[in-house]
Design a protein. Structure first.
Length: 436
C-alpha cells in the first residue's frame, strides 16, 4: 500500500478514535444530566443530519479546491469546535444545547474532510489495491467500537476535560501530517484547468451523473436500501439485548460484535474484495440477511455472541466493494461530487432508520408480540412472546428484506453488468469527460 495513503489514513484513524471517545463521553454526560433518551438520540441525529444536508456542497468543494487544503481546513475547523468545547468545560458552563451545536459543526467539517479523502484515494492507490484501501477505510469505522472501553480508562485518568483536550491534539496532529506528506498536484487538484459549473448546477452534478449511468444509480439505491434495513436492526440491537440480559452482557456482546466488524475490515484490506464485485456484494447482502434474521430465533446471549459478529463481519465487504466500484467508474475530477451524493442518499436512509425504529418497536411490534397480542399466535410461535420479542420480529423482517433484496438487485441487468458496460476511469478520454 502506498506510503502517502497509509500515512494519511493512520492519522485519520487516530483522530476518529479520539473523536469517538469524546462523542461517547458527551452522550453519557447528556444522559446523566437529563435522563432523557430523546436528548441522547438527538446527539446522534446532530452527527448524521449534516452529512445528508452538507454532502453535496462538500463534494463540490472537493472537486473545485485543492483537496489537501480542504482536509487541512476541515481539521482546523473541527479543532476549533473542540477547543470551544474544552473552554466551556473548563469554565463549567457546558449546556446540552452546546453539545448539539458543536456536534453538528464538527460533523460538517468531518463531511468535508472525508469527501476530499475518498476522492483522492484512486489517485493515491493503484487500481488493483483500491479494494484493500477501502477495507482499511472500513477499519476506521470499526475502531469506534473501542470508544466505550477507551473512554472509561481515559475518564479515570484525565477526566472529561482531558478527553476533549486529547481529541483537540489529534486534530492538530492530523493537520500537521497532511501538511507534510508529499502529494503531487494531480492528486490534490485533478480537475485543475477545467471550467467549473455554476454553484447551484454543480450541487446537483452527482445526481445527474448517476442518472446518466443507470448501473451506478442502481448500485447507490442498493446501498441505501441496505443501510435502511440493517440500520433498522442495528439501532435496536441494544434494546434487544437488554430485554433479556444485563448491562454487563450488553457491553460484552457489543464488543464481540465490534470485533466482527473490525475483523471484516482487516480481511477486506488484505483480500481486496471479490473479483466479480457486484456478484460478491449481493452475496454478502444475502448472507447478512440470513445472519440478521437469526438474531430473532431466541432471547439468548450465546446466540447473539455468534450471529452479531458474523453479521457485522459482512458489512465492510458490502460497503467497501460498493465504494470501490464507484471510484473505479468515476473520473477523479468528478469523484468528490459523485461520492458525496452517494453519501447523502445512503445517510438519508440512516436518518429514516433513526426516526422510525423506536416508534415501530414501541408502538407496533412490541404490543403485537406481547402475550395475547395480534401476532402472538403466528410470528410469536417462531420468535416467542414477551418483552423484546417485537424487536426480534423487526430483526426477522429486516433480515428477510435483505435476503429478498439481494437477488432482486442482481436481476437488474444494468447493475449486474455495470463492471463490463462502464469502462474504468483509465479508459475515459478527455472528450468523454467534457461531455458528461
Amino acid at each position: 500500500m502506498p506510503r502517502a495513503f497509509l500515512t494519511i489514513w493512520s492519522s485519520q484513524l487516530l483522530s476518529i478514535m479520539t473523536s469517538s471517545v469524546t462523542g461517547f463521553v458527551l452522550g453519557v454526560w447528556v444522559f446523566q444530566r437529563t435522563g432523557s433518551a430523546t436528548q441522547f438520540v438527538t446527539i446522534t441525529l446532530c452527527a448524521v443530519l449534516p452529512e445528508v444536508v452538507f454532502s453535496p456542497l462538500a463534494g463540490s468543494l472537493a472537486d473545485r479546491w485543492d483537496r489537501r487544503r480542504l482536509m487541512m481546513a476541515a481539521d482546523l475547523g473541527a479543532a476549533l469546535a473542540t477547543g470551544v468545547l474544552a473552554l466551556l468545560l473548563a469554565a463549567d458552563s457546558l449546556q446540552v444545547w452546546h453539545i448539539y451545536v458543536i456536534t453538528a459543526v464538527s460533523a460538517v467539517f468531518g463531511t468535508a474532510q472525508m469527501a476530499a479523502f475518498h476522492a483522492m484515494m484512486p489517485l493515491l492507490v493503484p487500481k488493483e489495491r483500491l479494494g484493500r484501501a477501502n477495507g482499511l477505510m472500513q477499519v476506521t469505522d470499526a475502531v469506534r467500537v473501542a470508544a466505550p472501553l477507551l473512554a472509561g480508562a481515559l475518564l479515570v485518568g484525565v477526566g472529561l476535560t482531558g478527553v476533549v483536550v486529547i481529541d483537540l491534539v489529534t486534530f492538530l496532529a492530523s493537520r500537521v501530517v497532511l501538511h507534510r506528506v508529499p502529494l503531487p498536484r494531480d492528486v490534490t487538484r485533478p480537475g485543475a484547468g477545467r471550467q467549473a459549473e455554476p454553484w447551484l448546477r454543480d450541487l446537483a452534478f452527482g445526481l445527474r451523473h448517476l442518472r446518466a449511468r443507470k448501473g451506478l444509480a442502481w448500485l447507490v439505491c442498493l446501498l441505501a436500501a441496505y443501510n435502511l434495513f440493517f440500520g433498522m436492526a442495528g439501532v435496536l440491537v441494544q434494546p434487544l439485548i437488554l430485554s433479556f440480559g444485563s448491562a454487563a452482557l450488553l457491553g460484552a456482546l457489543m464488543f464481540a460484535g465490534g470485533s466482527g466488524l473490525f475483523a471484516g475490515g482487516l480481511v477486506m484490506s488484505t483480500w481486496g474484495g471479490p473479483r466479480r464485485r457486484v456478484r460478491g456484494l449481493v452475496c454478502f447482502v444475502a448472507l447478512g440477511g440470513v445472519l440478521l434474521a437469526a438474531h430473532s430465533l431466541s432471547p439468548s446471549g450465546a446466540l447473539i455472541a455468534v450471529v452479531a459478529p458474523a453479521f457485522l463481519f459482512t458489512i465492510p465487504f458490502v460497503q467497501g466493494t460498493g465504494i470501490t466500484i464507484l471510484q473505479l467508474k468515476t473520473h477523479p475530477a468528478q469523484l468528490g461530487r459523485v461520492l458525496a451524493t452517494t453519501r447523502a442518499v445512503t445517510q438519508s436512509a440512516t436518518v429514516l432508520t433513526y426516526l422510525a425504529a423506536g416508534p415501530l418497536a414501541d408502538r407496533v411490534f412490541e404490543p403485537m408480540l406481547a402475550p395475547g397480542g395480534a401476532l402472538a399466535g403466528s410470528v410469536g410461535r417462531l420468535v416467542g412472546t414477551g418483552p423484546g420479542r417485537g424487536i426480534a420480529t423487526i430483526f426477522l423482517l429486516t433480515g428477510a428484506a435483505l435476503l429478498v433484496l439481494a437477488p432482486l438487485a442482481y436481476l437488474l441487468p444494468r447493475l449486474r453488468q455495470v463492471e463490463t458496460e462502464l469502462p474504468d476511469v483509465e479508459e475515459h478520454s478527455d472528450a468523454a469527460l467534457s461531455r458528461s
